[in-house]
Design a protein around this ligand. Sequence first.
Ligand code: IPE
Ligand code: IPE
Ligand code: MG
Length: 242
Amino acid sequence: MENSGNMKNLAIPEHVAIILDGNGRWAKKRGLPRSMGHKEGCKTLENIVEQAARMGIRYLTVYGFSTENWKRSSEEVGALMQLFRYYMVRFIKIANENNVRAKMIGERSRFDQDIIDGIGRMERETKNNTGLTFVFAVNYGGRDEIVRGIRKLVADCQEGAVKPEEITEEVFSSYLDTAGMPDPDLLIRTSGELRLSNYLLWQCAYTEIYVTDCLWPDFNREELEKAIAAYNKRERRFGGAK
Ligand code: IPE
Ligand code: IPE
Ligand code: MG
């Protein structure tokens, strides 16, 4: 593990979730179009995936596009789709070089067919990697995920595969897009907003939250280390007493 000096003796969270935010503000500050902020944000994402893999984080789940983000201008949505197309292909190489398994969560049928195919290809071509699992949440919303999970669960109940009295929190979790993954230990949000914006609503029940004013395109290894250092100072509670 290639932790830098100040990471010594720090516990590395198993699952780090990130709400990447501030691409638009980063661009605005420079008088650039919002799409340039997203482009820079993609570069940051590549770097952070590599850093997370090196630090020994097991799961990194990053919020890239929400079910609500379709409300943005068609110009901005179009620019984001072009970035997905381009970076998904690039990312296969980066993932394989870093032993990273890439997955997407969210509802993918709303994307153009070539993007859906690209997602499938990225998942297939990285599925045997055994290091970091990188999960990109696109057209993802926590409420949407829960509703989709309930539909599948109800269908299984109707077919008799599951009895209503057998439904536990664990069973329900297995119907979510994050099935089989541990809940996030640490949730990082960049750009200062103090809200979840519909991210991993079920999974973040006891996640430690860290918000930084750093805009996503400026986020780097040092910022990630600061978040992990802050996490190390937290006293985790799961409802119990001290
Ligand atoms: C995050 O940056 C990227 C997406 C939500 C797609 P924003 O685009 O939300 O940036 P701000 O919040 O406008 O600065
Ligand atoms: C949350 O960021 C969604 C993603 C990071 C993909 P937003 O910028 O869309 O969230 P709000 O609108 O500020 O809550
Ligand atoms: Mg935003």
